[in-house]
Structures are given as C-alpha cells and as structure tokens.
Ligand binder design. Structure first.
Ligand code: GTR
Length: 326
C-alpha cells in the first residue's frame, strides 16, 4: 500500500471514529434565568466549557440564558422529568417540591453568607442535597446569591413600612407568610414579569439581591433599596438525578468537578459584581438605605417560624442544626 493511500485510509478511520464519538455524545440543555452581564450567566458558560473539555466532548452542554426555556418553577419540573438536564436554580422555588430545601427560605435563618455556606458544607447541606437528589434535582455545587432586600418607591426601615404594600415574592408559601406577617400583601409572580409590574404599579415593591435588581432593570423603575437582608438563599448547579447516575463513575467525577470549578468562579465574580451592581444602581439614582436595627424585622418573623414548624414538625431538627452551626 502506498503512503498516500495509507494516509487516506487513516484519515477516513479518524473521521469515522470522530463521527462515532459525535453520535454517542450526550448533548445536554441547561436553563439559566439570567442575561448577559450577570455573574451566573458567565459561570454557566464556564460550566459548559469545562464539561466539554473535561469529558473530551462526551458530554456537551448548551446553555439557554434569559429563562427562554421557561419560568423557574416550570424549568425545575422539566429538570426533574429529564426534559432539561441542568439548571442554575435558586433554592427558593425548590422549597415547595423538596421539604428539606425550604430550610433556606426561612427569613433570617442565616447570620451571613459565609454562615450559609458553612451550613451547606455541613450535615444540614448533606440532608438538603439528598432530599433534592431524591426529588430528581441533584445539586452538583452551590453558588452565591448574596442577600435579598426590599425595594419600592419609599424606604422600608421597619416592618410597619411594609404594611399595606403589595410586594412581589417568588413562588413559596414561606414568602407569602413573611410578607403577610408584616401586614403587606404578597404577590407571587414570575421573575420575568416583575419589571413591568413595578413600572405599572401592579406591585409596590419586590425583593432581590443587587445583581438581579440591576440586571433585569428593576432599578430603573424603583427609587429605594432598603438593606433588610431578610433572606440569604443559595443557588445550585443542579442536574437531573437519573441522567447523572446513568453516567460512568469517571464522567460523573468530571461533570461534578466542572460544576465545582464553575461555582468557585461564580463566587469570585459574585463578590466583585454585586459590589459593582450596588454602585451602578446608586449612580443611577437609587437610594440605598442602611437599616441600623434589623431586630424588628426578625421579631416580626416569629409567627412565620411558629406556623411553619407547627405544620412541619419534622423540619425542627434541621432548623436547629442550621441555627447551631457556628
Ligand atoms: C434571582 C435568582 C433567580 C430568581 C429571581 C427571582 O436573584 O437568581 O433564580 O429566583 O431572583 O426573584 O425570581
């Protein structure tokens, strides 16, 4: 066989091998609610790149940004069913489907973001992760979502300032209870509808962290952001459990490592960009109000805890585990 023919045959064999590889590649879709300019968008893109490189293209991830694959509760359902493989989810909307995940939706349960991560990295986090995986949404890594505070056309310095206000919340009974406990009117609504609702006065206010407040333009239609920091809710890079468990141990380790690296990257971006988002909204004219004493807000949540624990006595141990974590 002459050299030319050998070369051709080898080339054909290589092309066939490539084709075979491509045919068996697992192509995943990932849901992300955020747009360009948000740390999680960059982190999810990084996750896709890392999965591709670590698995040598055996798994590819296409990330759909801006919530185009559906609202968060819908996307969660789709990941549970395996119609979408991956998502960057906030644990708030996971609470109604996974009891253990609701721990993080109790207002003021964490002392700070580092405290929240210590709880997640300990036994409580393992219990939550198991509950989520059993429900079909397995967390591969936790990401930072800072603290959520209230915003509206007037400053909110005390719980009494919430009285009579219609406040948008995410889908979770704990948040409606939280607003009701302060005498406000809770309005659960999809994230994509909030800007318009604020603009037209359908709601008087909402609550979120600085990057989300900025990224989807809520700051353009709001004058006051008041640092209540009433909720510190983590987020996950989550995968459909069966899909993940069907992978070889090697691929599982590679995908998990990709999520962990992407999450570390997200936390670095978060630290810088949430500071920047605060500066940007202030520069755009939003007044950011410090709340010197948060105790009245915390005290107003007593009935939320009492009612929740009366209805969910099996959550008491997990709540105490989080509260006793240093
Ligand atoms: C954001 C969070 C989103 C979504 C949104 C909301 O901070 O990253 O996943 O939960 O808040 O308020 O709906």
């Amino acid at each position: 066989m002459n050299m030319k023919l050998t070369g051709k045959l080898l080339g054909a064999a290589a092309a066939l091998a490539l084709l075979a590889g491509a045919a068996t590649a697992d192509n995943w879709r990932a849901w992300n609610i955020h747009h360009d300019g948000h740390p999680n968008t960059a982190a999810m893109d990084r996750f896709a790149e890392l999965v591709d490189s670590k698995t040598d293209g055996e798994i590819t991830v296409e990330v759909f940004h801006g919530g185009v694959l559906g609202s968060q509760p819908d996307a969660l359902e789709q990941v549970r069913l395996g119609a979408i493989e991956v998502g960057n989810f906030n644990l708030g909307p996971i609470g109604p489907m996974v009891k253990e995940a609701n721990l993080v939706s109790l207002p003021f349960i964490f002392k700070s973001v580092p405290h929240m991560f210590r709880v997640l990295d300990g036994e409580a986090g393992a219990i939550m992760a198991k509950g989520m995986a059993d429900a079909g949404v397995m967390p591969l890594a936790w990401v930072d979502a800072g603290a959520r505070s209230f915003y509206s056309q007037k400053p909110i310095n005390t719980p009494a300032d919430v009285e009579g206000l219609k406040i948008r919340v995410m889908n979770n009974d704990l948040y409606t209870a939280m607003i009701s406990a302060m005498g406000g009117n809770p309005s659960p609504m999809a994230f994509s509808e909030v800007q318009q609702a604020l603009k037209t006065g359908v709601v008087d206010g909402a609550e979120n962290n600085f990057p989300s407040f900025k990224n989807v333009g809520h700051y353009e239609v709001t004058t006051n952001y008041s640092l209540s920091e009433h909720l510190i809710i983590p987020e996950c890079i989550c995968v459909n459990t069966s899909k993940f468990e069907a992978l070889s141990p090697e691929l599982q380790a590679e995908v998990r490592a990709a999520a962990e690296e992407a999450a570390l990257y997200q936390r670095e971006l978060w630290a810088v960009q949430s500071e920047q988002a605060r500066k940007d909204v202030e520069a755009a004219g939003v007044a950011v109000n410090e709340i010197a004493d948060k105790a009245p807000f915390q005290n107003a949540m007593a009935s939320v805890y009492d009612d929740y624990l009366a209805a969910n006595p099996d959550m008491r141990a997990l709540v105490e585990l989080a509260q006793s974590t240093e």
